[in-house]
Design a protein around this ligand. Structure first.
Ligand code: DER
Length: 253
């Protein structure tokens, strides 16, 4: 279908334009789009026998192994190694290539891997491409220590989040979802996030409660005691690394 075609198109372009043929260390993200990235890497036909692929969680590791590639967990990477490149999906991407991530509850490991790479390539179908974050995807996933979860919820409400909630596991009977780190995920809805350029232009909705500039809000949430990581990735994707995935001339991503 056209969404899958858009994911595949974005993955092909991203890999063909950015995968370094001599790559030794490659970060591999989580979700469904990343499956097409791995397919595209295999289709390149380059020798990957000496390449190490760093997963961002259990599903990512399974994907790497199933593709016959060598997975090395993040905490087993030799000290000081910088990844040549990291590919990952996103839940939404704005005009500055900031991303909302964490729909798949792997945001902490995803950020560790992304920050360890020379270049972070976000691969997403055209639905994800919005002018401002939290336009179509309505909430920020936040990884928190269970013991502090309610305190964080209250702080998020003070920051203007509307009905933030602890994410339940897929089978609700088990209660809250637990991440690979054994933490909870809070999904915190906020009003669309402004870019620095909006604030400069005075379009900062100042005085409107709960309207934040993207990096300011990320910093404020990260500072709440009990927060391990915030699902806002900003300033991570080099502008030239923008992958294009479009179908029928829709807006490229
Ligand atoms: O959790 C994440 O940030 C993932 O990258 C994810 O949400 C993207 O998933 P998708 O490729 O299945 O849309």
């Amino acid at each position: 279908d056209s969404v899958e075609a858009s994911k595949q198109a974005a993955a092909k372009v991203a890999v063909q334009n950015h995968y370094p043929a001599d790559a030794k260390w490659v970060g591999i993200g989580s979700g469904t789009t990343i499956v097409y990235v791995v397919d595209a890497i295999k289709a390149l036909g380059v020798d990957t026998s000496l390449t190490r692929f760093v997963p961002t969680g259990y599903q990512s590791k399974q994907l790497i192994t199933k593709a016959g590639l060598t997975a090395v967990e993040f905490d087993s990477i030799p000290q000081g190694t910088v990844l040549d490149i990291a590919f990952d999906g996103a839940d939404e991407v704005d005009d500055d290539l900031n991303c909302i991530k964490g729909g798949g509850a792997c945001l902490f490991q995803e950020k560790l891997v992304a920050l360890q790479a020379k270049a972070f390539i976000c691969v997403a179908d055209s639905r994800k491409s919005q002018s401002r974050l939290l336009t179509n995807w309505k909430y920020i996933p936040i990884e928190v220590a269970p013991i502090a979860a309610y305190r964080v919820l209250n702080k998020l409400i003070e920051l203007g989040s509307i009905k933030p909630a602890i994410r339940l596991s897929s089978t609700a009977k088990e209660g809250p979802l637990k991440t690979d780190q054994g933490f909870f995920i809070i999904d915190a809805p906020f009003k669309p996030l402004l870019l620095p350029s909006d604030v400069k232009a005075g379009k900062d909705g100042s005085g409107v409660a709960g309207v934040w500039e993207v990096e300011t809000l990320a910093r404020k949430i990260k500072a709440i005691p009990g927060v391990l990581e915030v699902g806002i990735f900003s300033g991570l994707t080099a502008p030239q690394a923008q992958a294009v995935g479009s179908i029928g001339g829709q807006k490229p991503v």
